[in-house]
Design a protein around this ligand. Structure first.
Ligand code: ADP
Ligand code: MG
Length: 273
């Protein structure tokens, strides 16, 4: 009799897709009986376990769908090494209030200072908070849109690129954009303006974006929209990669690090609503 009940319960839990309850039933029952917990407490514990497992699974799915090149977290970021930024500014972004308000975040600075690390880490925080994320490099995204234009499916590709609540566009400015790429970039900005958030990373300061886009008028129209509701984080200092290499005793190429250190430092929050 008892055996039949046990079998039926397991098969019902499976049918209801309560897989974690099904898997943890025996151990949880044993533990709660031992601890003298009530039926209600046991039920509550099992429901909590199920919910926790489902949340973790959907976070993992969102992280996979985002297309991060590597996994980086805020916990791994050494704020003592990257002392040019205020950890509070990053913590504020990590609350995801900026995504809720469809604002942007722009991480500026030379190579190796942690821009991509922070952008990915914020993307992972978004995934943890239940927000859909897409990670692309500017070069990748614009090449895809160019191809889509040739195939006559630009609108669909643009919708697809902009489908997530948070878009992370990495490495803007590493390659100058040709006329078509600059217009496609503007389409992305227009699409997301006051609708959804984007995190940009760039090695170019704003005054150099005209050169990157190859068109001063287009650059100022794009920048206007990007920074209208935004937070800018300027990172300075030495490359973390070079420090790691130096520590390992590998000879490093000579790079004028002094010029990096003299960049202006500013955290600005514009047009906060
Ligand atoms: P950027 O995008 O600014 O060129 P990255 O974010 O790619 O630099 O950083 C280069 C490498 O150094 C990555 O492996 C990154 O995880 C690491 N890194 C950079 N800054 C830090 C930091 N402050 N703490 C921990 N790791 C860092
Ligand atoms: Mg980078």
């Amino acid at each position: 009799m008892k055996g039949a009940v046990y079998e039926r319960l397991h098969s019902n839990l499976q049918a209801l897709s309560l897989f974690t309850v099904d898997r943890n039933l025996d151990t949880t029952l044993e533990a709660t009986v031992k601890a003298g917990k009530s039926f209600l407490e046991t039920l509550d514990e099992l429901a909590e376990q199920e919910l926790k497992a489902r949340r973790a699974l959907s976070t993992e799915t969102r992280i996979k769908l985002a297309g991060f090149p590597v996994r980086k977290t805020l916990e791994e970021f050494d704020f003592d090494f990257q002392s040019s930024i205020d950890p509070a500014a990053i913590r504020e972004l990590a609350t995801m209030r900026f995504v809720h308000n469809a604002e942007n975040a722009i991480l500026l600075g030379p190579t190796g200072v942690g821009k991509t690390h922070l952008a990915i880490a914020l993307g992972i925080e978004a995934a943890r908070a239940g927000i859909s994320v897409t990670f692309v490099t500017a070069t990748q995204a614009l090449a895809k849109l160019k191809q889509a234009t040739e195939r006559g499916i630009l609108e669909r590709a643009l919708r697809n690129l902009c489908r997530s609540k948070l878009l992370i566009m990495d490495e803007l400015g590493y390659h100058p954009l040709d006329r078509e790429a600059a217009h496609l970039f503007f389409r992305i900005i227009e699409n997301r303006y006051e609708r959804a958030s984007t995190i940009f990373t760039s090695n170019k300061v704003y005054s150099e974006w005209g050169e990157v886009l190859g068109d001063a008028v287009l650059a100022s129209a794009a920048l206007d929209r990007i920074v209208h509701h935004s937070t800018t984080i300027s990172l300075r200092g030495d490359s973390y990669r070079l420090r790691e290499k130096r520590r390992a005793g590998t000879p490093t190429p000579v790079i004028p690090l002094e010029s990096r250190a003299n960049r202006p430092l500013h955290h600005e929050r514009k047009g906060a609503r």
